[in-house]
Ligand binder design. Structure first.
Ligand code: HEM
Length: 211
């Protein structure tokens, strides 16, 4: 969450510094590209792994996922924009790893544009969920992007874990662990409540001069 917040702030700072002439355009492009790549990948990976974490812990990750999704898109947008500024639109499809990056960015765009609750209501949850299955394609394209570059970082590891967590057998195991934990908590609460209700009531017993 911190990385997903700091990276866009640093990018905005670098763009502002270039506009004010404090740093050169080239330095700004280099900085924004670097700030968008690994932080972008890690932000997406954290968002992608949030659902398996939700199945494991039983705690809703919806707000975290939404925040990370929006931050990821801002990083991807600045990354793509700087690439175009530096190399031109034509170069976006000039190599397989660039095609994969461009596909990831292109598919992430409708997800970002429909990330609001208003879009959910307007589209209906069924259609919204179908559209947001594109997240899997974005994840696969991002993995391909970095595999083709030969740079497997923490973001790629998180995405891989996200895919593993979605394998039906693994998902069943994660959800059963959450259910088990819920049962344990319920059992402990029940035992505590029973112990408290069965304990001698000291104040009322005193009044009866038992002690
Ligand atoms: C959609 C979001 C994207 C993410 C999260 C992302 C992520 C990354 C990562 C993690 C790297 C490796 C960084 C490193 O080696 O230190 C990288 C490199 C690179 N990406 Fe992307 N990328 C994205 C989109 C794009 C797009 C749209 C383009 C251009 C079409 C692009 C072009 C490049 C280039 C040129 C490199 C450097 C390759 C090299 O060092 O040989 N990326 N990207």
């Amino acid at each position: 969450m911190t990385l997903a917040t700091i990276a866009p702030l640093l990018i905005s700072g670098a763009i502002g510094a270039a506009l004010l002439g404090v740093i050169s355009t080239e330095a700004m492009i280099e900085f924004v590209l670097a700030a968008g790549e690994n932080p972008g990948m890690i932000t997406f990976g954290a968002m992608f792994v949030a659902s398996p974490i939700q199945w494991l812990t039983g705690r809703s990750q919806v707000r975290v996922r939404k925040y990370l999704g929006i931050m990821f898109f801002l990083l991807a947008l600045s990354n793509a924009a700087m690439f175009v500024l530096e190399t031109g639109v034509g170069a976006m499809l000039s190599a397989p790893f660039l095609i994969a990056g461009t596909i990831a960015f292109a598919l992430a765009t409708p997800l970002f544009l429909t990330s609001s609750r208003r879009s959910q209501r307007a589209m209906g949850m069924k259609r919204w969920r179908s559209l947001h299955k594109l997240t899997y394609a974005v994840a696969a394209a991002l993995l391909l992007h970095v595999i083709l570059i030969g740079d497997i970082g923490p973001g790629a590891v998180l995405i891989t874990l996200g895919f593993i967590g979605r394998i039906p057998a693994v998902r069943r195991w994660l959800t059963s662990r959450a259910a088990q934990r819920r049962d344990n908590v319920r059992h402990i609460r029940w035992r505590t409540a029973t112990a408290v209700s069965q304990a001698p009531n000291v104040r009322s017993d005193r009044r009866l001069n038992v002690y």
